[in-house]
Ligand binder design. Structure first.
Ligand code: SF4
Length: 234
């Protein structure tokens, strides 16, 4: 360990700027796809909590096929919703949350539609979505970024891990603080690209247990690059 060259500490803004360029060079510049409408994205994101993409997709497809209209979900007994989304995990918790949120939306706006979010400012959208029970900063950011194309950066588990390793976030940091810090660092026009590319990087290279630092395009700017033993080929 004695002859390893330390990475010079750089300003977080500079690390983010370089990371955006390096990841875009390696993985390309992803462009936003047409996505779900805001209500669909909200429920979809709730279903994504604590599970993988495959099970989230299966839970969402099962929910939509069992209850084609949101009104049916709102009126269904919680146990039936739980059954429909079981494959996604934490089904009891998620079903109660989904039903409650649909009821809140319906009581407040007289319909199950959040399409108007697209016409609000970013701040108004954040305030509105945060007011629903059980909707945290990541869900707020996912809905506004993916379904309304607003420049807000969601911090999921991959992003939290990589940002911490890059020295952008403290090891112990609340969800709200992590979102506040990352949103102050990522330029609005790069929010989508950086979000998608960091997640890809987290799945392919900067994995939770055995990051592949030796083949990482961020290694020259990463203060954690020597913290992990080289993984065997996997
Ligand atoms: S150098 Fe290692 S710890 Fe740092 S971002 Fe790359 S894979 Fe992750």
């Amino acid at each position: 360990m004695g002859n390893k060259i330390k990475v010079k500490r750089q300003k977080p803004e500079s690390v983010v700027k370089k990371a955006i360029l390096l990841l875009e060079k390696e993985k390309g510049v992803p462009s936003p796809k047409p996505y779900k409408n805001p209500l669909e994205e909200l429920i979809f994101t709730i279903l994504s909590q604590n599970t993988n993409d495959k099970n989230r997709d299966r839970a969402y497809a099962s929910l939509r096929s069992r209850f084609p209209a949101w009104e049916q979900v709102m009126k269904a007994p919680v146990q039936e919703i739980t059954r429909a989304i079981k494959v996604g995990g934490l089904a009891n918790q998620k079903s109660a949350r989904i039903k409650k949120i649909l009821k809140q939306i319906n009581d407040r706006y007289g319909k199950l539609d959040l399409g108007f979010l697209k016409d609000l400012t970013l701040e108004e959208g954040v305030e509105l979505l945060s007011s629903f029970n059980g909707v945290g900063p990541k869900t707020v950011a996912c809905v506004l970024l993916f379904s309304c194309n607003k420049p807000i950066f969601p911090v999921d588990t991959h992003i939290f891990r990589i940002a911490t390793r890059l020295g952008l976030l403290p090891e112990k940091c609340s969800d709200a603080k992590a979102h506040e810090i990352m949103n102050s660092l990522v330029p609005p026009q790069k929010v989508y690209s950086f979000h998608i590319n960091v997640i890809k990087h987290g799945r392919e290279v900067c994995k939770p247990a055995r990051p592949r630092c030796g083949e990482c395009v961020l290694r020259d700017i990463c203060p954690s690059r020597d913290r992990f033993p080289s993984p065997e080929a996997d």
